[in-house]
Design a protein around this ligand. Sequence first.
Ligand SMILES: C[S@@+](CC[C@H](N)C(=O)[O-])C[C@H]1O[C@@H](n2cnc3c(N)ncnc32)[C@H](O)[C@@H]1O
Length: 212
Amino acid sequence: MDFDFKNILKQLSFNTFIPFFYPIMMMPLRNWRRQAIQMCSFKPADRVIIPGVGSGYDLACLPHDVVVDGVDISEVMLGIAAAKHRLHGDGQDIRLSIMDAENLDFPANTFDKAILGLFLTCVYDPQKAFAEVVRVIKPNGEILIYDHLLRTNKWTGTIMSHMDTVMKYNFCSVIRPFDDIIKGQPVVVVKEIKGDPLGFIRGFLLQKTTSL
Ligand SMILES: C[S@@+](CC[C@H](N)C(=O)[O-])C[C@H]1O[C@@H](n2cnc3c(N)ncnc32)[C@H](O)[C@@H]1O
């Protein structure tokens, strides 16, 4: 992966202190993550892409007979995912690569499913990253997003878009309007669930409608 100025702070955070705190931060999400992933209708031998796979929490929630590509810009997070897979992977077919999800090194229409867990609030340019996911997903393929995103809300949306100008360089960008991220892409939302009573965390199952 080429040197990329926009990702310097993120790589620094995810290669140093975040991996220590991450397991604690993820504890409350354990059941919710599984519930969100169960919205996908997996079939044997499905190809699954996980952009920003991090330390691999999603891997343990997937069926054993799918083929997974996980990509991330943090060597340390990927190293933890690889170590967990070696210990508990039970023969799952998983490839982990250092790659910028804004420029996925895969041909169009390659994958049946994509899992975007806590990723679109973290990546520098969520629109670009989402467009890349849509490109590599097959027509009728499923894209699962679960994150602390809001549906477009006029006043939070305006405030957040200003905050995002600064925060996109850090490890996480608080809240980004979901509708803005998927705007103009050939996808439909087929299912939505709330991860908490206020809907701060939400899961969206989308389907790609046409080939690009
Ligand atoms: C909050 S973590 C989520 C990890 C995992 N998906 C989970 O649910 O636990 C976000 C991950 O996205 C990665 N990331 C950020 N920008 C990225 C990019 N442009 N390409 C690939 N990964 C990226 C970070 O390194 C980090 O591991």
